[in-house]
Design a protein around this ligand. Structure first.
Ligand code: NAD
Ligand code: MG
Length: 393
């Protein structure tokens, strides 16, 4: 029997991180927990260290790392505590398999470190592809990394594509149908959207997720980021991807072939399914997710998305078509706007306003280096902060 894969989880304390541990713990002969990483919640990381005995626990935040170090000693655990961004990159490179599940732009460099080490990279952090898609995909090829999608839609598409496909067209594919539920405000009167609360925006009807992606789902920015992610992952032209509203979240996405066939992947809205799929690929393992019971399932419905209700979706599709630094700019503006909404500094509909304005102010450049991407990111955050301050005062 082969040795267990050394698994690093970036973002171990988050929604995806916890689901990954749940799957990995079912197969100790297959997965060895090498490193668990988080931002500053040392108490949550301590509990995971007690339960899973990783070789390393890494906190991005130095002072949180110090507290964790003391707690690890008190509990007489063997896990070594590391701190800071370089340490995230180190344990990401040293592993065999990396679950990239940090939220937001902070995930870019540690995820890229796993790619550059030629590792198996399970990609949940869609923001890294949105920011630096062309550089990221070049690095995957150059370093012969194995990139497997965790985002449920992209994982579904991957499952519906032929193996070893060289291009969508040569595989006889007409379109990728990217499904999305439309979130909690699919039917809210437009006039009420400016007054929705953080709790309402974070209460997704079908999925339980971290706060940032929950708000992105409510604005449908999430589907926009996923549109960009799908373009890079599957080398798709804009006309080869269509967003379809599907409120029940039973179909996780589809692929339409030239002969009229449509292949879909269906399942419970539980991220352990795509996580288990990618972790074991090309094998199949138990994920702990119940089978769909078709006798209990109501109808499945579909509609086109309304871009007036979901302007962020339109902005993301536009940024993807423009190319260059546009998507990195939009991503950064959105992170700042969502954070300000979560802090109750701005209203829900201000998120789209800020995103739109920052994108309009931005002069698009070609992105030839990660430094250039990070500079665009910083500039867009600054522009967004100015707008937030004006709105909040
Ligand atoms: P979450 O908020 O629940 O967890 C985020 C994790 O990232 C935490 O462990 C946190 O400690 C860590 N983190 C945050 N900032 C960090 C930093 N600066 N340095 C190091 N670590 C940091 O988020 P989530 O819902 O698990 O989402 C994680 C990623 O997966 C996002 O990119 C999201 O878009 C993607 N994703 C999530 C889901 C889902 O169902 N939750 C589905 C598809 C894709
Ligand atoms: Mg998704």
């Amino acid at each position: 029997m082969s040795k267990p894969e050394r698994l690093t989880i970036l973002g171990a304390t988050g929604s995806i991180g916890k689901s990954t541990l749940d799957v990995a713990a079912r197969y100790p002969q297959k997965f060895h927990i090498y490193a668990l990483c988080a931002n500053r919640n040392w108490q949550a990381l301590l509990q995971q260290a007690i339960q899973y005995h990783p070789e390393f626990v890494v906190m991005a935040d130095e002072s949180a790392a110090q507290q964790l170090r003391e707690a690890i000693q008190e509990h007489k655990l063997n896990s070594e505590v590391l701190a800071g961004k370089d340490a995230l990159e180190q344990v990401s490179a040293e592993a065999d398999t990396v679950m990239a599940a940090i939220v937001g732009a902070a995930g870019l460099l540690p995820t890229l470190a796993a790619v550059k080490a030629g590792n198996k990279v399970l990609l949940a952090n869609k923001e890294s592809l949105v920011m630096a898609g062309s550089l990221f995909m070049d690095a995957v090829t150059q370093h012969e990394a194995l990139l497997l999608p965790i985002d449920s839609e992209h994982n579904a598409i991957f499952q519906c594509l032929p193996e070893n496909m060289s291009s969508l067209a040569s595989a006889g594919i007409r379109k990728i149908l990217l499904t999305g539920s439309g979130g909690p405000f699919r039917e809210t009167p437009l006039a009420d959207l400016s007054k929705v609360t953080v709790a309402q925006a974070c209460a997704h009807p079908n999925w339980s997720m971290g706060q940032k992606i929950s708000v992105d789902s409510a604005t449908m920015m999430n589907k926009g980021l996923e549109y960009i992610e799908a373009r890079w992952l599957f080398a798709a032209r804009p006309e080869q991807i269509e967003v379809v509203l599907h409120p029940q979240s039973v179909i996780h996405s589809m692929v339409q072939y030239n002969d009229g066939s449509v292949l879909a992947q269906l399942g419970q809205p539980d991220m352990r399914t795509p996580i288990a799929h990618a972790m074991a690929w090309p094998e199949r393992i138990e994920s702990g997710v119940e089978s769909l019971d078709f006798s209990q399932l109501g109808g499945l419905s579909f509609a086109a998305p309304d871009l007036q209700r979901f302007p962020c979706l339109g902005l993301a599709i536009e940024a993807s078509k423009v190319g260059g630094s546009a998507a990195a700019c939009l991503n950064a503006a959105n992170e700042e706007a969502v954070e300000a909404f979560l802090m109750e500094r701005i209203g829900f509909t201000d998120i789209a306003k800020i995103n739109n304005e920052v994108l309009e102010q931005h002069s698009v450049i070609e992105v030839n280096s990660i430094d250039a991407v990070l500079a665009v990111d910083a500039q867009a955050r600054q522009s967004a902060q100015q707008l937030i301050q004006a709105l909040a005062s």
